[in-house]
Design a protein. Structure first.
Length: 168
């Protein structure tokens, strides 16, 4: 029984049984390739695991995922508190050195005014007036970039320059 037949008009025809056999053979090879591929993926998935039961592996992964979710929640809470603390901390510091006794030679440029400001432009300005006989230190609160106390020119400069450093 030939696989290929020629009919009376010399057209080529194939035996349907042969076509079915070839189709089934190709399908079997494709299925074998798929099974091998899935087996390799499963081996990759189970690497380093000593558990033989897939349900145990999935439950362990589920437990690990829940632990990560708890960690993520705790970390978010921690970062929120850190962010609140950072906003209150001094983020801009600027110092101006000056001579309060211009031309007398007493003190040189040992006097200073330093502004410490947080993100909200709140903070403090610390000033020091130095002379050979004594040192005076002053502190003035700053709210929204302003002080309820009168600021010297050097103190105003320190506050203004510190505010320029803030990223508003």
């Amino acid at each position: 029984m030939p696989f290929i037949k020629y009919n009376s008009t010399m057209n080529l025809t194939f035996d349907p049984l042969v076509i079915s056999f070839i189709t089934l053979t190709v399908a079997i090879f494709v299925l074998i390739a798929i099974v091998i591929h899935l087996h390799l993926k499963l081996k990759k998935f189970l690497v380093g695991s000593k558990v033989d039961n897939l349900n145990d592996i999935i439950s362990n992964m589920n437990k690990t995922l829940k632990e990560f979710e708890i960690f993520k929640t705790e970390l978010e809470t921690y970062l929120t508190t850190v962010e609140k603390r950072v906003r209150k901390s001094a983020q801009a510091i600027y110092t101006v050195r000056f001579n309060p006794f211009k031309g007398t030679g007493g003190g040189g440029n040992q006097s200073f005014a330093t502004a410490f400001l947080n993100e909200n432009r709140d903070g403090v300005i610390v000033s020091s007036l130095y002379s050979r006989e004594h040192v005076s230190i002053f502190s003035k609160p700053i709210k929204k970039g302003l002080s309820e106390y009168e600021l010297s020119e050097e103190e105003k400069t320190a506050v203004t320059e510190a505010m320029k450093m803030l990223k508003l």
